[in-house]
Design a protein around this ligand. Structure first.
Ligand code: ADP
Ligand code: ADP
Ligand code: ZN
Length: 216
């Protein structure tokens, strides 16, 4: 099953993607996480991406599409994948279609996790991330069992540089302008599923699974 998890920054894409990847045994591909790892290693691509990411702007399409194309060619994507945070522009969506067509694949579902604007700001400014496995926690909604430590892998939690109020506002504006129009793009392709992301994490997961059915 080839899935896209769609939604504004803070909608819960990463949280749901990790669980879906476990349940459906398909890889979770987060462009944001790939960029953060490259930034931590100070690769040339990471240093270039950091200029955009830390201010809350999108990384240029050519860089982003390049890393996704390479990742999708990995054998572990043969039986399906979950894209989280990609595509974010119409050009990226069109490029993804071409990349998949080359190997006779298509997207089965685009899961739009819909969350109110006020909740998004609160979620992003209270987020804590695991530097190793990419799990995300929230100081109020999803605290880790031990403060500052990942429940999944025991690694240290950190606050993302772009989760400050100023970058958050820029990211939400960028989402409205550049990414939200993709909802119509995927509606036209008849693969859009809208989920109420204002509910608790478990209920959101259950709603997604019920929409996907047994299409494993
Ligand atoms: P995204 O990947 O879409 O940016 P995350 O999955 O990182 O979003 O979630 C953003 C923040 O909101 C995290 O702190 C996460 O723990 C929290 N969160 C995720 N889903 C929910 C939910 N359904 N209710 C409350 N908080 C949530
Ligand atoms: P969130 O959904 O929580 O905002 P992500 O981890 O998906 O965060 O992305 C973090 C940042 O990485 C984005 O704000 C953007 O700068 C960059 N990024 C991630 N995915 C893309 C993409 N598809 N196109 C351009 N930039 C991206
Ligand atoms: Zn972890």
């Amino acid at each position: 099953m080839n899935l896209i998890l769609f939604g504004a920054p803070g909608a819960g894409k990463g949280t749901q993607a990790l669980e879906l990847a476990k349940s459906y045994q398909i890889p979770h591909i987060s462009t944001g996480e790939m960029f953060r790892q490259a930034m931590a290693k100070h690769t040339p691509m990471g240093d270039e991406a950091a200029k955009y990411i830390n201010k809350g702007n999108l990384v240029p399409d050519d860089v982003t599409i390049g890393i996704v194309k390479e990742r999708l060619s990995n054998p572990d994507c043969q039986n399906g994948f979950i894209l989280d945070g990609f595509p974010r522009t119409t050009f990226q969506a069109e490029s993804l279609e071409k990349i998949l067509q080359e190997s006779n694949k298509k997207i089965d579902y685009v899961i739009d996790i819909d969350v109110n604007q006020d909740a998004l700001i609160q979620r992003l400014t209270g987020r804590r991330m695991c530097s190793k496995c990419g799990a995300s926690y929230h100081i109020i909604h999803r605290p880790s069992k031990i403060e500052g430590v990942c429940d999944e892998c025991g690694n240290e939690l950190y606050i993302r540089k772009d989760d400050n109020l100023e970058s958050v506002k820029t990211r939400l504006e960028t989402y409205q302008k550049q990414t939200k129009p993709l909802i119509d793009f995927y509606k036209q392709r008849d693969c859009l599923v809208v989920i109420d992301g204002n509910q608790d994490i478990k209920k959101v997961f259950a709603d997604i699974v019920s929409k996907l059915g047994d299409n494993k």
